[in-house]
Ligand binder design. Structure first.
Ligand SMILES: Nc1nc2c(c(=O)[nH]1)N[C@H]1C(S)=C(S)[C@@H](COP(=O)(O)O)O[C@H]1N2
Ligand SMILES: [Mo]
Length: 204
């Protein structure tokens, strides 16, 4: 289902076949640009003091500086990006650390069922644990061979190619492991918790 190209990039642009017949999900239009969509301003951060943290129902809470995070094993993937407001951008290339890599380092309690991602702008979003280990859920710090631009969530953001993009927190400061579901910022405000673009799960 995933193809590794000669340059080591994993091609996830065929991932839609697990969910629907068309690469472009229903009700979406393709744009050649990669628009920026944030609930507020791009937050400021300091590369020397930035910390990415892992806490909650884990054996070993983790804290990474930007430098130690970038030293973790990484992957590069090409994927499509679908915003719930109706635009899709094809062929975005992200580099980062797989969700599973982070979870393995923290060691999850047996009863972990959900996660909440936290971000510098106060944004949160939630996913069931099982959805986070799907291919493509990445803590991304690179875009198109360079650093992830600040407007797109640098230094680190989450990407969720199988979900509407609001499930991917920009400026992510950490992940909290939970034994019960908690809703995130948009999920509390009427957006779908399941957010499958091919089923057009936009609102709850
Ligand atoms: N921290 C944070 N993450 C966020 C958002 C936000 O406002 N704050 N917006 C979400 C929404 S609705 C979308 S479509 C994508 C947009 O990512 P982009 O600006 O890189 O296109 O980020 C998601 N992650
Ligand atoms: Mo969005």
């Amino acid at each position: 289902m995933t193809d590794a190209a000669a340059d080591g990039t994993t091609d996830l642009t065929g991932l839609y076949r697990e969910y629907g017949d068309d690469r472009l999900p229903p009700g979406q239009r393709e744009t050649d640009r990669f628009p920026v969509l944030s609930k507020g301003e791009t937050p400021a951060w300091n590369a020397d003091s930035f910390a990415f943290e892992v806490w909650g129902a884990v054996d070993e809470p983790q804290s990474f500086s930007l430098a130690t995070f970038r030293d973790l094993p990484s992957v590069t993937q090409r994927q499509d990006f679908h915003c719930v407001t109706g635009w899709s951008t094809f062929d975005c290339t992200f580099t980062g650390v797989k969700f599973a890599e982070i979870a393995a380092r923290a060691g999850l309690d047996d009863d972990v069922s959900h996660v909440v991602f936290h971000a510098l702008d106060g944004y949160t979003t939630n996913l069931p644990l099982g959805e986070c280990t799907e291919p493509g859920v990445l803590f991304a710090y690179g875009y198109d061979g360079g650093d992830l631009p600040a407007d797109h969530g640098g230094p680190i953001r989450v990407v969720t190619p199988h979900k509407y993009a609001y499930k991917g927190a920009k400026w992510v400061t950490g992940v909290e492991f939970l034994t019960e579901k908690e809703l995130g910022y948009w999920e509390k405000r009427g957006y779908s918790d399941t957010a499958n673009p091919w089923k057009e799960e936009r609102y709850s």
